[in-house]
Design a protein around this ligand. Structure first.
Ligand code: PMP
Length: 704
C-alpha cells in the first residue's frame, strides 16, 4: 500500500491511499451493517449485524483465504509464471482465479460437477483452465487434482487451502469484528454466525476467541439439510469444527432461498444463498440469546453467481422449488394523453454557477454535502457502503500497450449495488427527501426511472432500504442480470424496444412518463435532469480521486459518458482544484454526446454509455475533449483487465481504459505522468454477454 505524502493536490494535510494492485485493496476491512427492518419484523431484542464480504474485490470471503494460500505457496518458492492446481468451486474458485491473475500464476481448477454455469464463464475470462470432474464430492475431486498436478509436475495448492482460510479469518475477519467492538461501534459479540462449506473460516474465527480465552462467544456454522445450496457443507472439516467448538446448525434449502430473497428486498443486503441461510439462522440465535446481545453474521458472497439460480424465477419454476415467484407489476395503459410525453430531458433542473474568485461551483437548488473521506467499520445502512472506492494502479496493461505513464483506475464496481450510479441514486433520493424536488418522497411513493440499468439497481437498492416502491423502465438491450438484480431488490422492470427514440411513447423514457401519469404518488427522479447526478460526483467521487492521489499530480482523467453526470461533476471539481489536468470524455460511435449529428445514431453493444440526445446533466463545456469508442476494443480491454490485473470490470470500464491508453500514446505522456480512469461497473451485469466467448464470436469481436 503506498501511503501518499502529507502535502497534497487538495492542499489539505490529510492523506489518501492508492493501491499497487487490486489485492492490496482487498486488505481494506469490510463493513458491518445492522438489520433494522428484520429486527422489527421478528421482534428481536438483540442486534444482528451483517458483515459484507461480498464487497471484497472478487466478491467473497474466500478472497482472503486465496490470497493467504498463495502467500504460503510463495514462501516455499512458487512464483510468477508457475503452474498451480487447486480444487475449488463457485465463489471460492473465482477468488483463487483472481488472486492467481494478479500474481501471474497459471491456474488449473478442478471442481466436482455442480451448478456453476456463470462461474465457469468468469473463470475462463480470468484465464483459468477450469475442469469440472464427473464426481460428486470434493474429496474425490481433491484426489484427482493432486494426481493431475503430480503428473504435470505442477504445484498443488490444496495442502494450503484449509490452513490459509483458517489463518486469514483468524487474522482478518475476527480482528475486524473485534475492532468494531473495541471502538464501541457495536456491543460485545455474543455469537458469530457463518455459513459452512469447509468450515475453515468458522474455525479460524472461533480460534481467535478461544485463543483470547473468550469461550463465551458462540461461533455457529450453518449448513443445509440435504447439501443442496451451492457451496454449503460440501467439503466439511468436522474435526476442525470440533476442535474449536464451532456449533453446527442446519437450514432447509427452499426456506433459505425464500428468506434470502426477502433479505435482499427488505434490507438491500445483496447476499448469496448460503449467506441468507446464515442470517435466517441468526434470527433464531437472536431469540435464544439474552436481550441486548450482539450477533454478527459473516456473509460469504453476494448475488453475482446466482442471477440464473435462486434469484431467477425461471430457474425456480424449472427446478420446481417451493419458492414464491414475483408477481407482475403495473404496465402502462395502451391509450394515453400525448401531453404526458411533453418532456425535455436536455434541461438540468436549476443552475450551476461558478465563483469567479475561488472557482468553486454552487447550485441554485441544492446545498452541497461536505466531502467525507472516512470509511467506518459499522454503517448506518447498506447505502453507506456507497463511495470511497479504491484507486488502483495498473501493473501490466499500460506497458503491454506501449504506455509509459502511471494509470490509476477507480473501482466503482465495489460500491454496494455494484456501480458508480449507486452514488447518484442515493444522492437523488436524499435531495428529494430533503427538498421535495422533483417530487415528495413519502412512504408509499412509487419511484419510476428510465435507465440503462445501473441507476435502476442503485435506485432499487435505495428504495429497498428507504421503503419506496420502484418501477424501472429499461431497453431490451440491457442484460437479464441487471433486470434480475433489480427485481430481487423488489422493483418492477419494464423492458422497452432498443430502437425506440427517446421521444417515442414506447421508449424507456416514454413508458416512464406514461406510468407517472397513471400511478398516484409517483415520482420520476430523472437522472437526465436531476442536479444530484453531477453533484454526487462533484462533491464526492472527484474529491475521493484528489484525496487518494495525494501529492501525485493528476495529468489526465478519462471518463465514459451516458447521462454525463460523471464527466460533468468530476470535470468541474478537477478543473477547480487541479487546473492543469485535462478531462477526456469517451462516447461510443453511434451516440451523439461528443457532437450532435443525428445521422450518426446507430446501435452499439457497450451498455450505459452514449445517447441519442444531450442529457441536461451533461455540460459538454466542462470537458476538455472527447474520444469516440468502438465496441470491440472496449470489450477486449475489459477482458484484458480481468485476465491480467484481476480487475473484474464491465464493458464501459474497458472502453474508458482503452481510450485512456490511446490518449496517453497520442499525447506521448512521460513515465512520471499520472492518469486516472473511472471504472463504472463490474462483471456481474455481463457474465452471459461480453465475458462469454460465444457472445463475443457471434459479433466477431474475437476475430483477429
Ligand atoms: N458505464 C456504465 C456501465 C453505466 O451504467 C453508466 C451510466 N449510464 C455510465 C458508464 C456513464 O455514466 P454517466 O451516466 O454518469 O455518464
Amino acid at each position: 500500500m503506498s501511503q501518499n505524502g502529507v502535502s497534497s493536490t487538495n492542499g489539505s494535510a490529510k492523506k489518501g491511499i492508492t493501491y499497487n494492485n487490486i489485492l492490496e485493496a482487498a486488505q481494506r476491512p469490510t463493513p458491518l451493517v445492522p438489520l433494522r427492518k428484520l429486527k422489527v419484523e421478528h421482534q428481536l431484542q438483540s442486534d444482528i449485524y451483517v458483515k459484507l464480504e461480498y464487497l471484497n474485490v472478487a466478491g467473497s470471503l474466500e478472497d482472503r483465504s486465496a490470497d493467504k494460500a498463495f502467500q504460503f505457496a510463495e514462501e516455499i518458492g512458487v512464483s510468477r509464471g508457475d503452474e498451480v492446481y487447486v480444487t475449488a468451486g463457485g465463489s471460492t474458485a473465482i477468488s483463487y482465479a483472481t488472486v492467481a491473475a494478479v500474481r501471474g500464476i497459471k491456474l488449473t481448477i478442478y471442481a466436482p460437477k455442480g451448478e456453476f454455469a456463470l462461474v465457469d464463464t468468469v473463470l475462463h475470462t480470468l484465464g483459468v483452465n477450469y475442469i469440472e470432474l464427473p464426481v460428486s464430492t470434493y474429496a474425490e475431486a481433491r484426489a484427482q487434482t493432486e494426481e493431475a498436478a503430480q503428473q504435470k509436475n505442477a504445484f498443488c495448492l490444496n495442502k494450503f487451502t484449509t490452513n490459509a482460510a483458517f489463518v486469514a479469518n483468524l487474522q482478518k475477519t475476527a480482528c475486524e469484528i473485534e475492532r468494531a467492538v473495541n471502538n464501541k461501534s457495536i456491543g460485545k459479540v455474543g455469537a458469530v454466525v457463518i455459513p459452512l462449506n469447509t468450515g475453515a473460516p468458522a474455525a479460524g474465527i472461533a480460534a481467535y476467541y478461544r485463543g483470547t480465552g473468550d469461550h463465551g462467544v458462540r461461533v455457529i456454522g450453518v449448513t443445509c439439510k440435504k447439501d443442496t445450496i451451492p457451496e454449503m457443507g460440501l467439503d466439511l472439516k468436522n474435526d476442525l469444527l470440533q476442535e474449536y467448538n464451532v456449533e453446527k446448525r442446519e437450514v432447509d434449502e427452499e426456506e433459505a432461498y425464500s428468506f434470502t430473497r426477502h433479505l435482499i428486498g427488505t434490507e438491500g443486503i445483496m447476499a448469496g444463498p448460503s449467506s441468507g441461510a446464515a442470517v435466517l439462522e441468526a434470527i433464531k440465535v437472536a431469540k435464544e440469546l439474552p436481550a441486548g446481545s450482539t450477533i454478527v453474521v459473516v456473509l460469504q458472497d453476494g448475488i453475482r453467481n446466482y442471477l440464473r439460480h435462486f434469484l431467477d424465477d425461471d430457474w425456480i419454476v424449472a427446478n420446481k422449488k417451493n419458492v414464491v415467484t414475483r408477481k407482475d407489476g403495473p404496465q402502462p395503459n395502451a391509450t394515453f394523453d400525448p401531453k404526458v410525453l411533453v418532456y425535455d430531458p436536455t434541461k438540468l433542473a436549476g443552475e450551476w454557477t461558478q465563483d469567479p474568485e475561488t472557482k468553486k461551483w454552487n447550485h441554485s437548488e441544492v446545498e452541497f454535502n461536505e466531502f467525507n473521506p472516512e470509511r467506518p467499520l459499522v454503517l448506518d445502512t447498506v447505502l453507506d457502503a456507497i463511495g470511497k472506492t479504491p484507486l488502483v494502479k495498473l501493473q501490466h496493461v499500460p506497458a503491454a500497450h506501449g504506455v509509459k505513464c502511471n494509470v490509476y483506475v477507480k473501482c466503482e464496481y465495489l460500491n454496494a449495488g455494484g456501480s458508480t450510479k449507486d452514488r447518484i441514486a442515493k444522492r437523488m433520493v436524499e435531495i428529494a427527501e430533503k427538498t421535495g424536488k422533483p417530487g415528495k418522497l413519502v412512504p408509499g411513493v412509487t419511484l419510476i426511472e428510465p435507465t440503462s440499468g445501473n441507476t435502476g439497481i442503485g435506485l432499487s437498492l435505495a428504495s429497498a432500504v428507504r421503503g419506496y416502491k420502484c418501477i424501472i423502465t429499461m431497453p431490451k438491450k440491457m442484460s437479464k442480470e441487471k433486470a434480475i438484480a433489480m427485481a430481487s431488490l423488489g422493483s418492477t422492470i419494464i423492458r422497452t424496444p432498443n430502437e425506440a427514440g427517446f421521444d417515442s411513447p414506447n421508449s424507456h423514457i416514454g413508458v416512464a412518463l406514461r406510468l407517472k401519469s397513471e400511478i398516484q404518488d409517483a415520482v420520476v427522479l430523472d437522472q437526465y435532469c436531476n442536479p444530484g447526478n453531477p453533484l454526487a460526483h462533484y462533491e464526492q467521487t472527484a474529491e475521493e480521486i484528489i484525496y487518494d492521489m495525494g501529492d501525485k499530480h493528476i495529468d489526465l482523467v478519462v471518463l465514459t459518458a451516458g447521462t454525463g453526470g460523471t464527466v460533468t461533476g468530476i470535470s468541474r471539481k478537477i478543473h477547480e482544484r487541479v487546473p492543469t489536468a485535462k478531462v477526456v470524455g469517451v462516447d461510443p460511435h453511434g451516440s451523439i454526446l461528443a457532437g450532435p449529428n443525428e445521422t450518426d445514431i446507430e446501435f452499439y453493444e457497450v451498455e450505459g454509455i452514449g445517447y441519442d440526445f444531450l442529457p441536461g446533466t451533461l455540460d459538454t463545456s466542462a470537458i476538455d475533449y472527447w474520444a469516440k469508442s468502438h465496441d470491440k476494443e472496449s470489450f477486449l480491454m475489459a477482458r484484458e483487465l480481468i485476465r491480467t490485473e484481476g480487475i473484474l470490470c464491465g464493458g464501459s470500464s474497458g472502453c474508458a481504459v482503452h481510450y485512456a491508453l490511446e490518449e496517453c500514446k497520442s499525447l506521448n505522456l512521460p513515465a512520471e505522468a499520472n492518469v486516472v480512469v473511472l471504472l463504472p461497473d463490474g462483471i456481474r451485469n455481463y457474465i452471459t454477454k461480453f465475458l462469454d466467448d460465444d457472445w463475443m464470436n457471434e459479433r466477431h469481436f474475437l476475430d483477429a
